[in-house]
Design a protein around this ligand. Structure first.
Ligand code: 6GU
Length: 264
């Protein structure tokens, strides 16, 4: 079964560039994903193909009109079938997560309706959208970058898209902590050596080193992940013990970046 992804945008070339290369292009070539980009202006009916208008109630900026989105959705339903999710990216949305990417990768058909920062007429969201998502606490000028983020995250979860399924199952957010550091040849580069344990061929020690460095990073950068209900997940006992060890070594005190640099 081919997964369908439809993206409606006023910047179709921007999205087509993304779809022509990388993971989405590969998925298309393999016949696993069928991504279509629709120009919102193709669904206007006036000579000047106007897609926006000033906001009722006043204020700065322009708002994307409802009609072109309704016509675009009717076109998608007629030519591509009924989608299982219609997603509007925007800073007012719920946080987009790995779990949503996995769920939508199983949905069969998703639609992304891109707006601009000032907004889309709320009736589009009310009548057409199943989900409103944000990709982080910052403001983008339009929904396109977020739609591409979602499309990439969803498509890589579709079976057969990423060559080695382990790459997907070992993704950082498939586990409740951050990934460990990675190295490749040469073993020494400009005086910087790859950690000896990775060259040792000792699989159990490598696994322990990876778990430890991953948890150290998580503790430094995303301690919230270690407090959440997802931790420690499946491989739990080792992770909990290692984390206790790290915390004990640090005695609950973490020096700042400057101090850590001076130590080494
Ligand atoms: Cl999904 N859209 C826009 N315009 N800004 C954002 C965002 C989305 N997520 C974070 N900032």
């Amino acid at each position: 079964m081919v997964m369908r992804v439809d993206i409606v945008t006023i910047f179709p070339d921007m999205v087509r560039g993304f779809a022509r290369e990388g993971i989405v292009a590969r998925a298309h070539e393999r016949g696993v994903v069928d991504l279509a980009v629709h120009d919102l202006r193709d669904f206007t009916t006036d000579k000047h193909r106007v897609v926006d208008d000033s906001p009722f109630g006043g204020g700065p900026g322009m708002v994307l009109k409802p009609e072109p989105f309704f016509r675009a959705m009717a076109h998608i339903r007629a030519t591509r079938g009924e989608p299982s999710a219609v997603i509007v990216p925007g800073p007012q949305g719920r946080p987009f997560t790995h779990d949503a990417a996995v769920a939508w990768s199983r949905a069969g058909h998703i639609v992304l309706l891109c707006g601009r920062y000032e907004g889309i007429d709320e009736r589009v969201v009310e009548a057409l959208a199943t989900d409103e998502i944000s990709i982080g606490d910052y403001v983008l000028s339009g929904g396109e970058l977020a739609a591409m983020v979602v499309a990439d995250a969803v498509v890589r979860q579709v079976p057969g898209v990423v060559g080695d399924a382990r790459s997907v199952s070992e993704d950082s957010f498939a586990r409740p902590w951050l990934d460990h550091p990675h190295y490749t040849r040469p073993a020494e580069w400009e005086g910087r050596r790859v950690p000896d344990v990775l060259l040792s061929g000792h699989h159990a020690q490598v696994a322990r080193w990876r778990l430890r460095t991953a948890l150290e990073r998580t503790l430094d950068r995303r301690p919230d992940l270690l407090e959440g209900p997802g931790f420690p997940g499946e491989a739990g006992i080792d992770a909990e013990r290692t984390l206790r060890e790290i915390r004990a070594e640090r005695q609950g005190i973490r020096p700042g970046r400057k101090e850590r640099k001076q130590e080494s």
